[in-house]
Design a protein around this ligand. Structure first.
Ligand code: AFP
Length: 341
């Protein structure tokens, strides 16, 4: 593999160069995935620039119903959806698109069709936009195995069937984290070059972490194992130090921190929401794919998250993601509860 990028930043490993290197390991590959990824990257750059301008627009009074030209301002999540929809269709490499913003799946018109199905949340964490907290785009990619008329059944598949997944975080820097099934790599947008540069090669989550991440406001409705696990985090009985709590409320930012620092992220079932909150196809699956590829685990409370099969496009599932040993601990609590019943 071409590992030629150097520390003096004169030989940069851009995301395109990286994916082309990966592609060269598969001589039969025709470059379709690289083209698709280039269109996703374009969408991420556009949304990054719009998110950065959103604060400015507010400050100088452009936000609201109309801007100074009297044109309607589109909400950022609506704008992001349009950008990704158009970028994905125009790649000529997609056939089924599922977006968090749209009730129905989009079946791409025959003239523009390719073999990839993309499920995505164009701007996750959008309730955080107005206070400048990190938000992100999440995506997962399936590939059709044979040529047939695409249907939504082509995406109602277990997460382990995905061929790639990733997210782009719009934060203090713009970071794209990607797995094509051979590890996880992170790329940071260099705004002066307009290119994503490999900055986090081969991300591996620490085997155990010191942080837990959960919306504690839901504690009164939690299931038994979640309540017991969080109690152990705060009041460990084995002589270890209590864990720190970090919760941003923006999945991309919480998972990014968990991948880099280790620990556990939970959005469990509770009495009010037996399926939790997070959507299987474009939140749970891509993040679970990345977590496993980085050496961690993803568990629903019942099974390995990537074994789930969604019945409908916008189905939800409880999810626990993070460091291998930390997830092992909560799995044991669920197993004990199962035995007690
Ligand atoms: P929004 O897109 O409504 O901000 O929701 C974000 C999100 O889907 C995910 O990014 C967070 O992890 C989760 O919801 C936070 O949910 P709570 O606010 O219920 O903790």
């Amino acid at each position: 593999m071409d590992h030629g990028a150097d520390a003096n930043r004169t030989d940069l490993m851009t995301i395109t160069r990286f994916v082309l290197n990966e592609q060269s390991k598969h001589p039969e590959s025709r470059g379709d995935f690289t083209i698709l990824l280039n269109h996703i990257v374009l969408g991420c750059k556009f949304v990054c620039s719009s998110v950065n301008k959103a604060g400015l627009a507010k400050l100088i009074g452009l936000a609201g119903e109309t801007n100074v030209q009297g044109e309607e301002q589109k909400k950022l999540d609506v704008l992001s959806n349009e950008v990704f929809m158009k970028a994905l269709k125009s790649s000529g490499r997609t056939c089924v698109l599922v977006s968090e913003e749209e009730e129905e799946a989009t079946i791409v018109e025959p003239a523009l069709r390719g073999k990839y199905c993309v499920v995505f949340d164009p701007l996750d964490g959008s309730s955080n936009i107005d206070c400048g907290v990190s938000i992100g785009t999440i995506f997962g990619i399936y590939a059709l195995k044979d040529v047939h008329e695409p249907t939504i059944e082509d995406v109602l598949l277990p997460g382990k069937n995905m061929v790639a997944a990733g997210y782009c975080m719009y934060g203090s820097s713009c970071t794209l984290v990607l797995s094509t099934g051979a590890g996880v790599n992170g790329f940071t947008l260099d705004p002066s070059l307009g290119e994503f540069i490999l900055t986090h090669p081969d991300i591996k989550i620490p085997k155990q972490g010191k942080i837990y991440s959960v919306n504690e406001g839901n504690a009164k409705n939690w299931d038994g194992p979640t309540a017991a696990y969080v109690k152990k985090c705060k009041f460990p009985e084995d002589g270890s130090s209590p864990k720190s709590l970090r919760y941003i409320g923006s999945m991309v930012a919480d998972i990014h921190r968990t991948l880099l620092y280790g620990g556990i992220f939970l959005y469990p079932a509770d009495k009010k929401n037996p399926n939790g909150k997070l959507r299987i196809l474009y939140e749970v699956f891509p993040m679970s794919f990345l977590m496993e590829q980085a050496g961690g685990q993803a568990f629903t409370g019942k099974e390995r998250a990537l074994d789930l099969v969604p019945n409908k496009l916008h189905d939800r599932s409880p999810i626990v993601l993070g460091s291998y040993d930390d997830v092992e601990e909560i799995k044991a609590l669920y197993a004990a509860e199962g035995k007690a019943q």
